[in-house]
Write a protein that binds this ligand. Structure first.
Ligand code: GDP
Length: 281
């Protein structure tokens, strides 16, 4: 399977982001907790020069918590402030406020020494498509927040969401494009559904997912579908098809349909909390 992206949009988005980055103090980068490396685009690093950096391991409800804990440590050792969040149900979202304060401690103290009081910290959300940026912003900002815009010192047209008296968030997130250095990254992003399904063959994708699960989470499929483990992936998928009643007109098992179930069930967390990559030792 080959995965590609369309670099056409990229340079324009990148330029826009560079402009936005000039306005802010702290970059809040969302990554998918199931693939914290493959869902991170390191191209932002040189652009982020001198800014405080926060990484949010989002969708942590879908990932394996012991592996997520290791990713937290991994990024902390690289100098990031890190938090685990589930933007969908709001878990961990409020605490991001404290993380922002910690990440911007130096700036706050510098302002205070210079006699600058009440200048809010400005933050921006960035991340690849589908990582949960809008969901996070909605959850973080809640209903009580006021939008501010076109006020002196604010670039015309920019909308800021005032989170509290100390923090303002740019209301449009920066979109980073996934970076495919190798096909493994593309494959992992296809597993989580970050790459359009038309680009990939679902049956083949499912076989590869089952192979990974067989190695790392061998009970996930048998337990979820209440079936016996099998010798190989094809046989296991046949059992899934049988259990889920995926049949073709002639009565034969519809493996494509079963493959779609498995992929969907993985993406929705019905196969359990599963991480697709581990930090290197
Ligand atoms: P964006 O493209 O980065 O803005 O991503 P969205 O905010 O549109 O989210 C993409 C999908 O991920 C949506 O279906 C969200 O409901 C889902 N999502 C976002 N955050 C979480 C999370 O923490 N946990 C789970 N399970 N789903 C999430």
């Amino acid at each position: 399977m080959e995965f590609q992206w369309y670099p056409g949009h990229m340079s324009k988005a990148k330029r826009a982001m560079q402009e936005d980055l000039k306005l802010i103090n702290v970059i809040i980068e969302l990554v998918d907790a199931r693939v914290p490396l493959s869902s991170k685009n390191p191209d932002i690093d040189p652009m982020a020069n001198g800014k405080s950096r926060i990484i949010l391991l989002n969708k942590c409800d879908l990932a394996d918590s012991s592996v997520t804990a290791r990713w937290k440590k991994y990024y902390e050792e690289k100098g990031f402030f890190v938090a685990l969040v589930n933007s969908k149900n709001g878990k961990g979202v409020k605490q991001v406020n404290e993380v922002i304060q910690s990440a911007c401690k130096e700036k706050i103290e510098r302002d205070r020494r210079r006699g600058i009081l009440n200048r809010p910290i400005r933050a921006m959300i960035v991340g690849i498509p589908n990582v949960g940026k809008s969901t996070f912003i909605n959850s973080f900002a809640g209903k009580s927040c006021t939008k501010t815009g076109n006020k002196p010192g604010v670039t015309k047209g920019k909308q800021w969401i005032r989170l509290n008296k100390n923090v303002e968030l740019l209301d449009t997130p920066g979109i980073l494009w996934p970076k495919f250095e190798d096909q493994t990254v593309g494959l992992r992003l296809a597993f989580i559904g970050s790459i359009k399904d038309e680009l990939s063959n679902q049956y083949e994708l499912c076989m590869l997912l089952m192979q990974y699960l067989g190695e790392h989470y061998p009970k996930a499929i048998p337990d979820t579908y209440q079936i016996e483990p099998a010798e190989n992936e094809v046989e296991l998928l046949e059992r899934v098809a049988k259990r889920r009643g995926c049949l073709k007109a002639g009565g034969e098992h519809d493996l494509d349909k079963a493959a779609n179930y498995v992929i969907d069930d993985f993406r929705n967390g019905r196969l359990g909390c599963i991480s697709l990559e581990q930090p290197e030792k």
